[in-house]
Design a protein around this ligand. Structure first.
Ligand code: GS8
Length: 215
């Protein structure tokens, strides 16, 4: 079967970065299309008519939407290269639990940091740090969430590292002071080629967030 792969994405999107890292780990060749989210392409509206959001992976003309689902799809289709999810059902369930935690908590609470002020912002920062501390606890003394090797949870979480500078600058706090192990982990992940070549410059992300949210 021919493998025609197109990715509809937007460069600062942590959701899109997940898919780019997964495709890099699997050494899949694909066409990258950067969307203008204020003027979405016909293709995006056709391929993701329900949410109308990026990322969308189009594999042999068939769309797959939602980053967590896309990454699992990639892992199953290109199963011969670098498995991302653990093979044991229990470990797989645990990995999905923490990916879901990152999904439901980190992005949402992170956004509250720049959409609030004063005591509300202090509370948002505390909540954000509390979530990172739970992740730090789950990491424990392991080099990666995946254990000895970079895996699914690492891949799902690491794109947010490129947003840390924006969180810190807009909230005037330092993540490393409360969660040094998370920063160590992130730097370790950055040594991986798939991550290093995917994550954009943090100042560029910060400027884009300021622009998008009118800050
Ligand atoms: C989130 C995708 C998303 O929010 C996933 O793929 O995991 N749960 C989804 N995409 C945003 C850009 S990144 O902030 C998007 O496409 N927004 C366009 C819009 O809301 O109109």
């Amino acid at each position: 079967m021919a493998n025609e792969v197109v990715l509809l994405d937007f460069w600062p999107s942590p959701f899109g970065m997940r898919v780019r890292i997964a495709l890099a780990e699997k050494e899949v060749k694909y066409e990258y299309r950067d969307e203008n989210l204020r003027d979405k392409s016909e293709l995006l509206l056709k391929m993701n008519p329900v949410h109308k959001k990026i990322p969308v992976l189009i594999h042999n003309n068939k769309p797959v939407c939602e980053s967590l689902i896309i990454v699992e799809y990639i892992d199953e289709v290109w199963s011969d290269k670098y498995p991302l999810l653990p093979s044991h059902p229990y470990e797989r369930a645990r990995a999905r639990f923490w990916a879901d935690f990152v999904e439901k908590k980190t992005y949402t609470t992170g956004r509250n940091i720049w959409s609030t002020k004063g005591t509300e912002q202090e509370a948002a920062i505390k909540e954000f740090i509390d979530h990172l501390k739970l992740l730090e606890q789950e990491l424990g003394d392991k080099p990666y969430f995946g254990g000895d090797k970079f895996g699914y949870v690492d891949l799902i979480f690491i794109p947010f590292y490129s947003w840390f500078y924006a969180y810190e600058t807009l909230g005037n706090f330092k993540i490393e002071e409360s969660c040094p192990k998370i920063i160590e982990w992130a730097k370790r992940c950055m040594e991986r080629e798939s991550v290093a070549k995917t994550l954009p410059n943090h100042e560029k992300v910060y400027l884009e967030i300021k622009k998008v949210y009118g800050l």
